[in-house]
Design a protein around this ligand. Structure first.
Ligand code: FES
Ligand SMILES: [Fe+2]
Length: 323
């Protein structure tokens, strides 16, 4: 995992008011709850008093109360009440649970995993989805999130893994691909797959940015979009569960049907096909070894793998920068 980044870890509807929720993300057991204003808080799911799981406790106003001895913690992990000491006793300043900053936008809950800088910018999301209706499903892969992401940047697999779905037509030769960075942590990727007519693939430098409304888009560390024109999109958020599991939040956005309620229904109708495509990917990606991708992995990469190399390079830079 890249430290010091905002990660999508949940969807909004997974944390309801009044009840703590326990999940494993980033290889750690975490507890989430909503305060009286509806804001989401996140602590390590471990009471620093004597190690019980806070998630078995209750929400007490803005605080979470441990099920064991009732100690209460705020969103920064600070213990605010020790019932055994009485409500008027000063709270023990050194008694703190590990906390993560949270942010909620576009139906996703993000945590900042690492040490937050003094001037923390909020998480980014795709700004080109305004006015679109969406439907969402969740799928767990037995794979490290880096492998799951790389698969979505891999354009050479389309005619093979997806030969009977999105990769129909035997367009096996990969020109480019053309990568367009939009700031240091976001890029667009244009796909130029074609039939093998005997000519060599064109190099990325020989291509120019196409005037197309079809592209892939990636925001570090874990957000991907397939821009299928102005009216349809597929978004995947890759929530790292642990070193061997990734929870994929798959969303389909559409704007060709605009009637309320029906718009979301239409988005939902696209799900079975998108899930089928994702299952085709899953079958192969879960077999990849080593299970976690790194910059220096010993893989024998080809020109078509350039987007994967770009992802690995930037990922490595961010990991180094966080040290
Ligand atoms: S273990 Fe949580 S209050 Fe004692
Ligand atoms: Fe795929």
């Amino acid at each position: 995992m890249i430290p010091n980044q905002w990660y999508v870890v949940l969807e909004t509807d997974e944390v309801k008011p009044g009840k703590p929720v326990d999940v494993t993300r980033m290889g750690e057991k975490l507890v989430f709850w909503r305060d009286t204003q509806g804001r989401v808080s996140c602590l390590r799911d471990l009471c620093p008093h004597r190690g019980a799981a806070l998630s078995l406790g209750t929400v007490a106003g803005d605080l979470i109360a441990c099920p064991f001895h009732g100690f209460q913690y705020d969103a920064t992990g600070q213990c605010r009440l020790v019932p055994a000491n009485g409500k008027n006793a000063p709270f023990p300043k050194q008694l703190k649970a590990r906390f993560y900053l949270t942010n909620e936008r576009d139906g996703f809950i993000f945590i900042f995993w690492g040490e937050a800088p003094a001037e923390l910018t909020p998480p980014r999301y795709f700004d080109n989805l305004t006015g679109m209706a969406s439907a969402s499903v969740r799928v767990v892969w037995n794979a490290h999130y880096s492998r799951a992401i790389e698969n979505q940047l891999d354009v050479a697999h389309l005619p093979f893994v997806h030969h009977n779905t999105i990769g129909r037509g035997r367009r096996t030769v990969v020109d480019g691909p053309f990568l367009d960075w939009n700031g240091p942590d976001m890029f667009h990727l244009f796909v130029f797959n074609r039939l093998d007519d005997g000519t060599l693939p064109r190099r990325p430098e020989e291509l120019s940015k196409p005037d197309s409304s079809f592209w892939l888009e990636f925001i570090f560390p874990n957000l991907w979009q397939n821009h299928l024109g102005s009216q349809a999109r597929v978004v995947v958020a890759f929530a790292p569960v642990d070193a061997d599991h990734t929870l994929m939040y798959l969303r389909f956005y559409q704007s060709f049907m605009k009637i309320p309620v029906l718009d979301r229904l239409v988005a939902r109708l696209a799900m079975p096909y998108n899930l089928r495509i994702l299952r085709q990917d899953q079958e192969v990606v879960e077999t990849q070894l080593p299970s976690r991708s790194e910059l220096k992995l010993g893989e024998k990469l080809v020109q078509a793998d350039r987007p994967i190399i770009a992802y690995r390079r930037r990922r490595q830079e961010l990991i180094e920068a966080a040290k």
